[in-house]
Design a protein around this ligand. Structure first.
Ligand SMILES: *[C@@H]1O[C@H](CO)[C@@H](O)[C@H](O)[C@H]1NC(C)=O
Ligand SMILES: *[C@@H]1O[C@H](CO)[C@@H](O)[C@H](O)[C@H]1NC(C)=O
Length: 391
């Protein structure tokens, strides 16, 4: 009796030990069978990310982070591809011309900017970690892809890079936007036939960012599709986004121009809000070129506490310090990394042969509207093959 009870206890212990060893061996997060990529087979799924129930963690997407897509769409756009291919991401589809829509904007003005700002304002206190601000249709010439396909752009997007940068433009090719789309001072008052914000930029800039020095040149690869971390958005107060949106609501500028002023302002702009940010920004700017820029009053006030900081020792910050002001998302007014570096960091495409502004993946299209049936129908209305197989 006593003996058999002991055996039973020993068996029980054995079963328990075996059970825990098995868990240790098999659990994908703890397990010894886990491979270097953190997944079981090393292959990202078709969405470039994780599907529900899928044990694989993509190389590019951190599973724990919440990703949101923010789209400004109108009645004729088709956003179903986002739902088909990225079921795991939160979709915020703003309808700019439908007052019955779930997500709408206060006024259909300023193109995509109105929707982007409305998202930031309405979600300011509860922002997803990583936010992709994009245009609605899968195929549209703004996409940096040989077929103007938005799918590979999103699939290849490198979230760890976004997390290190805070702001990342979703385009690397320089044609349109880089190296200097707008020369606000030289072009002031100019009116070109094609939509170009140069003539109105300076005045708009001074209204948007009063007291900030107007940059001599502004450049960023075009088209207002970019990604932002929650932290980057929250570097500015909610009131700032409300102020920017009020400008859009009130401006007399044509939509195409006001939208474009913001298109060429998102990357740059505004005083760092905290001492730490100010210090980082200051060190960063000093490592870069020392453009002589005037000091705005608001910045002087913000930076005042820095002068009393002793550790880490600040470079002396006087109103004459060559401090490059950071306007919306903290990049230089000309933000044009080399195409090679950009494709590698933003999309993980690191083995391309490139010149400074192109790696041959993007050609400006002859017209801004793609032919009906694209990518299977070409500009000549004849059948076309995709330039790149759909992966
Ligand atoms: C939207 O696009 C999908 C393909 O992504 C297509 O199947 C669907 O018919 C389109 N919807 C409309 C209303 O055109
Ligand atoms: C990189 O490109 C070179 C030449 O273009 C090619 O020989 C090499 O195999 C490529 N490497 C990878 C990892 O694709």
């Amino acid at each position: 009796m006593l003996l058999s009870r002991r055996i039973t206890a020993r068996n029980g212990a054995l079963v328990i030990v075996t059970f825990f060893v098995a868990i240790l061996l098999l659990h994908p997060r703890i397990g010894f069978l886990r491979d270097e990529t953190g997944g079981l087979d090393g292959l990202p799924d078709s969405g470039g990310a994780v599907r529900k129930g899928d044990k694989q963690q993509s190389l590019a997407v951190n599973n724990d982070k919440k990703v949101a897509i923010i789209v400004a769409s109108s009645k004729n756009d088709n956003t179903s591809w986002l739902f088909d291919y990225f079921p795991q991401w939160e979709k915020n589809v703003y309808m700019v011309d439908n007052t019955e829509a779930k997500l709408k904007v206060p006024k259909n003005k300023g193109r995509e900017s109105m929707a982007y700002l409305t998202f930031m304002i309405d979600n300011y206190d509860n922002l997803p970690d990583n936010n992709l601000f994009i245009h609605p249709n899968r195929y549209q010439w703004h996409n940096d892809d040989p077929d103007y396909d938005g799918l590979p752009v999103l699939r290849h997007f490198q979230f760890p890079y976004l997390e290190s940068e805070g702001y990342v433009n979703l385009r690397c090719a320089w044609s349109m936007g880089c190296p200097s789309e707008i020369r606000p001072l030289d072009e002031e008052g100019e009116h070109r036939e094609n939509v170009h914000a140069g003539g109105d930029y300076k005045k708009a800039f001074l209204e948007l960012f009063p007291g900030q020095p107007v940059p001599e040149r502004v450049g960023v690869s075009c088209c207002a599709q970019f990604a932002l971390t929650k932290e980057k958005i929250r570097e500015k107060k909610k009131e700032e986004y409300i102020r920017l949106r009020n400008w859009l609501l009130e401006t007399d500028l044509d939509d195409s121009i006001s939208g474009r002023v913001l298109e060429y302002s998102w990357h740059t702009c505004c005083c760092p809000r905290t001492t730490r940010q100010a210090f980082d920004a200051h060190s960063k700017c000093h490592a870069q070129s020392r453009e002589d820029m005037a000091h705005s009053d608001s910045c002087t006030t913000l930076l005042a506490p820095l002068r009393r900081t002793t550790s880490p020792a600040p470079v002396s910050l006087t109103p004459n310090t060559n401090f490059v002001l950071l306007v919306i998302f903290g990049k230089d007014a000309v933000h044009c990394p080399s195409a090679k570096e950009c494709y590698c960091k933003v999309f993980g495409l690191c083995n391309l042969s490139c010149d400074q502004g192109s790696c041959g993946l993007f050609d400006l299209p002859p017209y801004s509207t793609l032919p009906e049936g694209w990518p299977f129908v070409g500009w000549d209305k004849k059948p076309r093959n995709r330039a790149v197989a759909e992966d």
